[in-house]
Ligand binder design. Sequence first.
Ligand code: HC1
Ligand code: SF4
Length: 574
Amino acid sequence: KINIKINNVPMEVEKGTSVLMAAKQAGIHIPTLCAHPDLTPWGACGLCVVKVEGMPKLPRACVTEVSEGTSYITHDPELNKIRRTIVEMILSNHPNECLTCGRSGSCELQTLAANFSIREVPFESNITELPKDESTLSIVLDPRKCIKCGRCVLVCQQLQDVWALEFIGRGDHTEMMPAAGALLSESPCIKCGQCSAHCPVGAIYERDDTKKLLDAILNPELHVAVQIAPAVRVAIGEAFGLEPGTITTGKIYAALRRIGVDAIFDTNFSADLTIMEEGTEFVDRLTKGGVLPLITSCCPSWVDYMEKHCADMIPNFSTAKSPMMMQGALTKTYYADKKEIPKEKIFSAAIMPCTSKKFEIVRHKDMYASGRQDVDVVLTTRELARLIKQSGIDFLSLPDEEADSPIGAYTGAATIFGATGGVMEAALRTGYFLVTGSEYEKITFEEVRGMEGIRTASIHINGKELRVAIAHGVANVRDLLTEIRQARDEGKEPPYHFVEVMACRGGCIAGGGQPYNTTDEVRNARIAGMYADDQHSEIRCSHKNPFIQEIYKEFLETPGSGKAHELLHTHYQH
Ligand code: HC1
Ligand code: SF4
């Protein structure tokens, strides 16, 4: 521990703490536009300058470590004036388009301009006129609004190891974009949207598809069916002032009904179905000597990454579609038949925590398994929150309603899909049953939970050792893949039997389309919400979902049947 003073108040902090973090611990907020708890600080914006006793220079708090016995001043009129000037300079390079900007109301620059009472900008306006990049179906890059904080580049390189975004050019002329003037769609971008979740302004944001859903609702010819993803239910409340991790499933259903949706389903139903299909595939490979480890395939950014960078692993990928795509295919077949609605009259929408899901719906011809596009539109959690607000709905006072049968009911195993390790745990809960036909006494598998970037565990089931691994945040995957490849190339036994990968740190609960200000604290709270929901569920194993049993009996026959393959499985391409 180190003794310091912040604004003349003594305090103790851990050695190695930055002045920015020490101040935060003391309850003092030093403004910054570039620092973020997920990223290595690099002192780009200069807003966090502080005074250090006995030092003529003003160091940047984010990149300055506290030192024993030192006194720091974080706020005084002089520092205030410097910060104000920095904000004014940034504003002179930033278009004044708040009214039509996607970040209006949540923009960190807008908040600073408001807090510093900036009414006019004393510097000449100098905006770099560069076109918007709308080439991905998921995110929009608007370089005119970029304030060069570098968060998008750092997250893309440090957390995701994708390097789609780079610092291009020098000094004042630096731009944050793909190399060689390429469009994002031509770059290695995997559409995870982490850049959009970390951008402090409106320079990178999710493509807004709210109008498509509203137009469908307005069309009297269409029957609009909506599914919601596991992770949406523990995060959307934040947009209405609730704590991260608060479960609002019933209110989301109620809000969608009031917006005018005809049928409300839950992606969780198909998460249970995924466990049946993927679990059967796994048991098949395990008992018949197929390619192992089996690697999960429900995260579209991970699939995109694999196809671009490690296509040699295609044989390891589960052919099971993501729950969202399974749900879409069933909506336009099983549900359409049951309700006697022609599938061309069904508009199928999905609310997801993820920007990449906007691209997944057209990623391969298998996504048209019903004969139509199985999911017509994807809205992120942030878009749904806006839709609820524009519809004049008082979210917090909504009653808790139920989803519609028969593809809306789910188990606790499905809910935890949204947390890193959740798909693995759900699969373990059902794996034993699929192998032996009888129930296993253990339901929770604490050993696969947690926030370590890579986690491995050895699980003993029926006298057999099952080796599993979990990775989240693409940067964590590389070492795991190297280990698997090495064993494969040397003809050795695979180091793992089953591997779960999610592209975003923490899993879908921290997807690129979730409410802003996601940090590890927020991730942990959302994950706790998922496990609490699971714990309170009456049924906690996918194979025990009565509606899953029914759909196999009535429609899909058995897990892995020809019909299941036609609708619920996919192919990958180099
Ligand atoms: Fe996910 Fe999934 S868990 S990918 O993280 O397998 O987005 O929430 O919907 O499809 O179920 C995301 C979440 C989501 C799918 C499921
Ligand atoms: Fe990088 Fe993901 Fe943003 Fe693409 S979407 S630029 S991969 S952070």
